[in-house]
Design a protein around this ligand. Structure first.
Ligand SMILES: NC(=O)c1ccc[n+]([C@@H]2O[C@H](COP(=O)([O-])OP(=O)(O)OC[C@H]3O[C@@H](n4cnc5c(N)ncnc54)[C@H](O)[C@@H]3O)[C@@H](O)[C@H]2O)c1
Length: 365
């Protein structure tokens, strides 16, 4: 079968996907698009691809699929145009930053014969896959609480070299909740029914940057699971971009926090009982890995070229399999918006003092 020919948009994060395309097999990057002419020319020369600074020309090139890794506010509109041109789309997170674009994206995906997938790579982390398989095997019993945190001091990305604000500095990151929420929804198999959010005001570190310092989301899923997510791209502190926790009737899990800590579980079917006078103890999550995710442990070294463990490698393999017609898209436009829409609704909730907002089901649009 011929390789899927990719065009990559946005040559910073996009470079990770250029590397993973080479590692994964069955994919060739033939075209690159960026508004920075020097950057795209240099990147294209390195891999022997064509360089474009005009989006229409890029979409007319000989490509089957695009990977959208431009700044967040462009994702939805670039995806809509690519789908209309019949190109499969693998879009960086989030899928959209407002409801109008989200609706237009659903319409474009429905109208196109091409595929849409959200590149939510944290849902492909080995640890998340292990938790999914533990949950599916019933090891946590009935899950009723989940937690996620994305804590990443990105203040160093607020300004361009000339002192102007970048899109991040301008506060266009929206509520970037998919890395925390996506894995929780993947594990539970549910979507969010309502979200209430609090925003900590901005301007604490630089008066020119007024967007909120952090958002705290409290959500209820359609099946009644309580979820709590903290999204913080600002606070000065050690990074922890993949903190998760789960609580069920038969088990509990907490991810590593740092400072030598490792991820841990307590599972009723394997460990000591949880008693008031003899409390349960944590056990290493790693003990479960060889039984539940053997193929992940055997991933080749080049699977790590994406920058976030092996997540981009497994994600791209799924996208390629879907493009070849071997499977359905795992994070299609509806699932992608399930991960994205609570963040959009969270902004509205925070402006309303934290009042819960019903999160639309994009399948009903
Ligand atoms: N999933 C992940 O783990 C992960 C990691 C990093 C970044 N991201 C996401 O990837 C996207 C890009 O992030 P980044 O850090 O590379 O951003 P960036 O601002 O550092 O770089 C964006 C690149 O896109 C180019 N660009 C700007 N406007 C464009 C447009 N309209 N069309 C095409 N190219 C354009 C810029 O010239 C630059 O080369 C963001 O949405 C970010 O949130 C995701």
């Amino acid at each position: 079968m011929p390789d899927i020919r990719f065009g990559v948009i946005g040559l910073r994060r996009g470079q990770s996907f250029v590397r993973v395309c080479r590692a994964v097999g069955g994919a060739t990057v033939t075209a690159l698009y960026d508004i920075d002419a020097a950057r795209v020319a240099a990147a294209a020369a390195e891999i022997g691809a064509r360089a474009f600074t005009d989006y229409e020309d890029f979409l007319a090139a000989e490509i089957d699929a695009v990977i959208i890794a431009s700044p967040l506010p462009f994702h939805a509109r670039q995806a809509i145009t690519a789908l209309a041109a019949g190109k499969h789309v693998l879009s960086e997170v989030t899928a959209a930053d407002n409801l109008d674009d989200a609706r237009a994206l659903v319409a474009a995906a429905r109208a196109s014969r091409a595929l849409y997938m959200l590149a939510e790579n944290y849902r492909y982390l080995d640890e998340v896959e292990l938790l999914k398989r533990l949950h599916d095997a019933g090891r946590f019993g009935e899950l009723y609480f989940g937690e996620g945190e994305y804590l990443h001091d990105c203040r160093g990305l607020w300004f361009n070299d000339d002192g102007s604000l970048t899109w991040r500095g301008q506060g266009k990151l929206a509520v970037y909740c998919t890395h925390s929420l996506g894995p929780l929804l993947y594990i539970t198999g549910e979507r969010v029914a309502s979200v209430g959010a609090l925003a900590v005001p901005g301007g604490k570190f630089d008066p020119r940057v007024s967007n909120p310092t952090m958002h705290l989301l409290q959500m209820t899923t359609t099946g009644g699971i309580a979820l709590r997510v903290r999204v913080d791209h600002v606070s000065p502190r050690p990074h922890q971009m993949a903190y998760y926790a789960l609580q069920g009737t038969q088990g509990s899990y907490e991810a590593w926090r740092g400072h030598g800590d490792t991820s841990k579980v307590w599972l009723a079917d394997e460990h000591e009982p949880s008693l008031f006078h003899a409390p349960a103890q944590w056990h290493p999550l790693d003990d479960q890995a060889s039984r539940h995710i053997p193929e992940r442990l055997a991933a080749p070294p080049e699977a790590r070229l994406g920058g976030h463990g092996t997540s981009e490698y497994w994600l791209l393999r799924d996208f390629l399999a879907a493009a070849r017609g071997e499977r359905s898209v795992p994070i299609d436009v509806f699932v992608g918006l399930d991960y994205t829409l609570p963040g959009i609704c969270a902004i509205e909730s925070a402006l309303a003092g934290g009042a819960p907002i019903a999160v639309p089901d994009p399948r009903e649009w």
